[in-house]
Design a protein around this ligand. Structure first.
Ligand SMILES: Cc1cc2nc3c(=O)[nH]c(=O)nc-3n(C[C@H](O)[C@H](O)[C@H](O)COP(=O)(O)OP(=O)(O)OC[C@H]3O[C@@H](n4cnc5c(N)ncnc54)[C@H](O)[C@@H]3O)c2cc1C
Length: 418
């Protein structure tokens, strides 16, 4: 196609009038109301994007800002897929949030071109120490969620591809499953923009002072004004708020492996295999997602890795990690023990001391909210976190959830949420 000079001049003139419109990461930058925002949300990961979307739905004019782009390669939300499940032991607060979120993800998925929520089931493999399983079962039933118990014999009959060494029983949540993570966030941000929301690709510098914040600055020297500010900066929270958050959120390096089943082998793809979580050893939980959209059989350890810098980290997996994944597959998925490694990812958890989220007002800046601490399980809860933020800013929250408060975030780790 040749571009006629007349069209080029027209295009250049349009760009001169709208210098802030350009493509980035599949989402077009738009910044149209510099002085008129009710809320500026910093960070377009799953928490910030759902917060922006829910605030917009509540009638607010919202600006969403991200330095690297929505669900970018460094962000915790930038992966291919994420587990969504209701079972959280006795932590009913997260079971309820996941239940609310399942419905919102389903609605988003229904509106999207490609699926975002895959309700392929989530299977817990429970060992001798069945406390977490028992508590999950009771809690999910109490809130009206669907969950089925499977004896070891039933497990063996239904899932012959799973090695059951050390497994006593199973628990299947048939309506849970897997979310397409990056796709989900990008779809949401596009929808937010179609509905009139603005998005800007800038890095916001740390706000200082006390009282009311009227504006924030960006590294490129832009000042952004709003009545409220929500910082949903994921693993960057300690860097943006070194004094307030600091070591209360620890970022850890997490490795993810995708192995390739043989061509035509459907045993490791849905519907033959659901999402699975091996909770037989509570201090070494392994989990995985079956071969979705032919991307490979995903497997990862939920144990916290070493510290990581989200900006500069080299994201190649370690030989030790590959060896450990293969050792585990030989035990639990023996038919895959020689399967080729087809893809890897290194991501980070942003862990609070207990694994509880941080959703609280800044202690010194009255119109600033801190939203983060996803702690390796936050993705599924994006819709509920966004709803919580929208109600908090709208004055309809009621009593805040104490577990989300800043004051209960310690420096010393004692992980309680799984
Ligand atoms: C390997 C792995 C597996 C996981 N599995 C699951 C799972 O199965 N199920 C589940 O529910 N959860 C899971 N999680 C956890 C979940 O992905 C995270 O809790 C969630 O994505 C955190 O989202 P966030 O929006 O807080 O952070 P992020 O997605 O990191 O978003 C923060 C954003 O803020 C931006 N930003 C930061 N600072 C600034 C600034 N100063 N100015 C502008 N922008 C800024 C960044 O660019 C980034 O885009 C997993 C996490 C990992 C790493």
């Amino acid at each position: 196609m040749t571009i006629r000079r007349r069209d080029f001049v027209k295009y250049a003139a349009a760009m001169a009038v709208l210098p802030r419109v350009r493509p980035t990461g599949g989402v077009r930058v738009r910044w149209s109301q510099p002085d008129a925002y009710d809320v500026a949300v910093v960070g377009a990961g799953v928490f910030g994007s759902w917060a922006a979307w829910q605030l917009q739905r509540a009638g607010k004019r919202v600006l969403l800002i991200d330095g690297y782009g929505p669900a970018n390669a460094r962000a915790s939300s930038g992966g291919e897929s994420r587990v969504i499940r209701l079972g959280y032991g006795r932590d009913e607060v997260y079971t309820r949030m996941a239940q609310y979120s399942l419905d919102r993800w389903q609605e988003l998925s229904d509106r999207a071109e490609l699926p975002i929520l895959n309700r392929i089931g989530a299977l817990f493999l429970v060992g001798q120490n069945g406390q977490y399983g028992d508590e999950s079962l009771a809690t999910v039933r109490r809130v009206g969620g669907r969950i089925e118990e499977l004896s070891r014999r039933e497990l063996a009959a239904r899932y012959p591809q799973i090695g059951l060494d050390g497994i006593v029983r199973g628990q299947l949540e048939p309506e849970s499953g897997a979310l397409m993570a990056r796709r989900g966030v990008l779809t949401l941000v596009r929808e937010f923009m179609r509905n009139g929301g603005d998005y800007l690709d800038e890095t916001v510098t740390a706000p200082r002072g006390e009282g009311r914040l009227t504006e924030v600055s960006t590294r490129r020297g832009r000042n952004l004004r709003a009545d409220w500010f929500v910082f949903a900066c994921g693993p960057w929270m300690p860097r943006v708020f070194p004094d307030i958050v600091g070591r209360r959120i620890r970022t850890t390096r997490q490795e993810v492996f995708y192995f390739g089943p043989d061509a035509g082998d459907r045993r490791f793809a849905p519907p033959a295999l659901p999402v699975w979580l091996d909770v037989s050893n509570p201090s070494a939980i392994m989990y995985g997602i079956p071969d979705l959209e032919s991307r490979g059989f995903k497997i990862a350890s939920d144990a916290h890795g070493p510290p990581i810098d989200p900006d500069t980290a080299d994201r190649r997996v370690s030989p030790a990690g590959i060896t450990e994944a293969r050792r585990y597959m030989a035990l639990r998925f023996p038919a895959l023990k020689q399967a080729p490694l087809v893809e890897t990812r290194v991501c980070q958890y942003e862990n609070t001391s207990t694994g509880d989220f941080l959703i609280d007002r800044h202690p010194n800046l009255e119109n600033v909210w801190l939203v983060g601490g996803g702690s390796g399980h936050g993705f599924k809860h994006g819709p509920a976190v966004g709803d919580y933020v929208a109600r908090a800013l709208g004055g309809t929250l009621g009593i805040p959830e104490p577990r989300f408060s800043l004051w209960n975030k310690q420096v010393q780790e004692h992980r309680a949420v799984h």
